[in-house]
Design a protein around this ligand. Structure first.
Ligand code: NAP
Length: 307
């Protein structure tokens, strides 16, 4: 019987691991199919407090991991296949085998959705990103693109007007899905130019392999055009990594875990932290803060069990 299993090695999971390890729980931390979470696919992180010159996302994650290991956290590669509450504890099926734990912190994150274009994965961090807050400031006085028509796309496009010379908002229909206030704000901004009924079909790179332009296809006419853009912000939604927990833990219609009383879920001993339960802030620092809170909530729960 483990005292604590933490699912996920992004900012939330690793911060939970640091706190739990320092509380002497020797947590077992599970790395899944995207070890390090979304930070591991970014380059320079300039908004994580404590790094005045910024720090590379993968380096920040490695630092957090070694900090957790130093205090006794154990790491293992495993995917959660199933989960069930048992008598006063929790059972987890990992790669075919059932394991038992007194507490479980779910910090499995959310994955940005991408368009599925051929060189997409290689361009992430080289002019392709899903986070304007993280990367917007790198693109000053150049034109950039945002893909999507929801609240995220409108919010990111509006934010990017602080830096970019022009923001093209590329949407596959001719009506934004975003809430009216967000849509109106974006469309009223003179720096934002919507490109309707269109979608990127190819990313074009320069000699260094950095984003140079996108080839757009008008979905009504089939016409293809090239649009110069040093960066493409894909804002077509996120998917929380909660599939194996469906039907067991309370979640909203989009699959984000619901928290009650801090980071507690509907099942005693199970806590949720980071992007898996947060579609609003989605920042490394807010995920880290929730990881800390989840470890403290779990510690309190364990103290309660021991009477
Ligand atoms: P979303 O509402 O699901 O919107 C996704 C957008 O991307 C839609 O416009 C969709 O087009 C488009 N899209 C999806 N797949 C695509 C594809 N393969 N190719 C091209 N376009 C594609 O996602 P979101 O904007 O991230 O918002 C998620 C949730 O967070 C929402 O509930 C939103 O209200 C909330 N949110 C709130 C705020 C805020 O209040 N400040 C900020 C951000 C997000 P279609 O319209 O054609 O389907």
């Amino acid at each position: 019987m483990e005292k604590m299993i933490i699912v996920g090695t992004g900012c939330a999971g690793l911060t939970a691991a640091i706190y739990a390890a320092r509380a002497n729980f020797a947590p077992l931390v599970l790395e899944g199919h995207e070890p390090g979470g979304q930070l591991s696919t970014t380059t320079l992180v300039e908004n994580f407090p404590g790094f005045p010159e910024g720090i590379n996302g993968p380096e920040l994650i490695m630092n957090m991991k070694s900090q957790a290991e130093r205090f006794g956290a154990r790491f293992s590669y495993a995917s959660v296949e199933d989960f069930e509450p048992a008598d006063g504890h929790v059972r987890l099926k990992l790669d075919g085998e059932w394991h038992e734990t007194q507490t479980l912190i779910v910090a499995s994150g959310a994955s940005a959705k991408w368009l599925g274009l051929p060189n997409e994965k290689a361009l992430i961090g080289h002019g392709l990103t899903s986070c304007a807050t993280c990367d917007g400031a790198f693109y000053r006085n150049v034109p950039v693109c945002v893909v999507g028509g929801g609240d995220s796309a409108c919010e990111e496009a509006t934010f990017l007007t602080r830096f970019a010379s022009k923001v093209f908002l590329i949407h596959r229909r001719d009506k934004l899905r975003a809430s009216p206030i967000m849509a109106e704000r974006a469309l009223a901004n003179p720096k934002i130019e919507p490109i309707w009924n269109s979608t990127p079909v190819e990313y074009l790179t320069d000699a260094e392999g950095e984003m140079r332009a996108v080839r757009l296809k008008n979905l009504l006419t089939g016409e293809e055009t090239e649009l110069e853009s040093r960066c493409v912000f894909v804002a077509i939604g996120h998917t929380p990594n909660t599939a194996p927990l469906r039907g067991k833990l309370d979640m909203d219609a989009d699959g984000y875990l619901l928290q009650r009383e801090g980071t507690r879920t509907n099942i005693p001993g199970v806590f949720a932290a980071g992007d898996v339960a947060d579609h609003v802030y989605r920042q490394a620092i807010t995920a880290a803060g929730q990881g800390c809170a989840a470890a403290l909530d779990a510690e309190k729960y364990l103290a309660g069990l021991e009477g």
